[in-house]
Design a protein around this ligand. Structure first.
Ligand SMILES: [Zn+2]
Length: 280
């Protein structure tokens, strides 16, 4: 049983009242982050949020969090340049990503696009940060390898952890958030338009499904798939799945060895679960 504890988040994610030209970076670690730049109010706020997220990830969910650097960017152009510099994206991909992404994560880095973060509410900002930070957890588990396969699980797990974290922080009502996602995904299920998990394997397939069937057919659906996997096999088992990638990049084999079933077996029972979830 995990006890719910309230953190006071009001005011933590306030925006800057003035614009500043430089980005601010600080090391993000489980203990005592070191501020590298001038401590501007909003950067401090992001740092406080990040520390709260790390506390839940490490202490409540018993997941590892690596040493990483969080950089906050004050305009799209600086964020775009950082995507090229730190995440090694091509200029073309960086431009597209910077136009919509609120945050991005790469080896040892969490990049925040401050103007984009300002367009969403505090709860959503915290969910976004926790989601991206979960990708750093996955990197810590698998020795920093990129997770190119079973993308539905990489993203679904990040969604599940993110919602769990904001719930633990007392910043969101988990059952309300879950209900909202049920309503988002239900019509897609009713129309028989949810992709099979094997169709959301590689990153490009994930992007394709999102483009063809919409956002709700990807992230919220992946949340329910990850939730079912965790209920069926426990959180430590799912953690073990990500850890297995430090030894082998064979996703199908890692899945089968860790969970004792193939993706096809899981899909069959997931279909039954989806019926339970979405049938009115
Ligand atoms: Zn993600």
């Amino acid at each position: 049983m995990i006890h719910r504890r309230k953190f006071l988040l009001t005011g933590l994610l306030m925006g800057a009242s003035q614009s500043h030209a430089e980005s601010i970076g600080f090391e993000l670690q489980p203990a005592q982050p070191h501020v590298l730049g001038d401590g501007m109010a909003y950067a401090q706020a992001y740092r406080a949020s990040a520390q709260a997220v790390i506390a839940v990830i490490v202490n409540r969910l018993a997941l590892p969090f690596p040493s990483a650097r969080m950089l906050v960017f004050e305009d799209h152009a600086a964020f775009e340049a950082a995507l090229i510099e730190h995440l090694k994206l091509s200029p073309e991909v960086a431009k597209t990503t910077a136009s919509f992404a609120k945050a991005a994560v790469g080896p040892g880095h969490l990049l925040l696009n401050h103007p984009a973060m300002q367009t969403i509410g505090q709860e959503e900002q915290l969910i976004t940060m926790a989601h991206e930070m979960t990708h750093l957890v996955q990197a810590a588990l698998n020795g920093g390898r990129a997770l190119w396969r079973y993308h539905w699980l990489t993203e679904g797990f990040a969604e599940w952890v993110a919602f769990r974290v904001v719930y633990e922080l007392g910043a969101a009502d988990f059952s309300l958030q879950r209900q909202k996602m049920l309503i988002q995904v239900r019509p897609i299920w009713q129309a028989g338009q949810l992709a099979r998990l094997e169709q959301m394997d590689r990153f490009d397939e994930w992007v394709k499904v999102r483009a063809a069937r919409g956002f709700n057919a990807t992230y919220p659906f992946a949340f329910f798939a990850a939730e079912f996997l965790i209920e069926r096999h426990t959180l430590p088992q799912v953690t073990a799945y990500f850890r297995a990638f430090s030894q082998s990049t064979n996703a199908a084999n890692n899945f089968q060895v860790t969970f004792g079933e193939t993706l096809q077996d899981f899909q069959l029972d997931l279909n039954v679960q989806l019926k339970k979830l979405f049938q009115l």
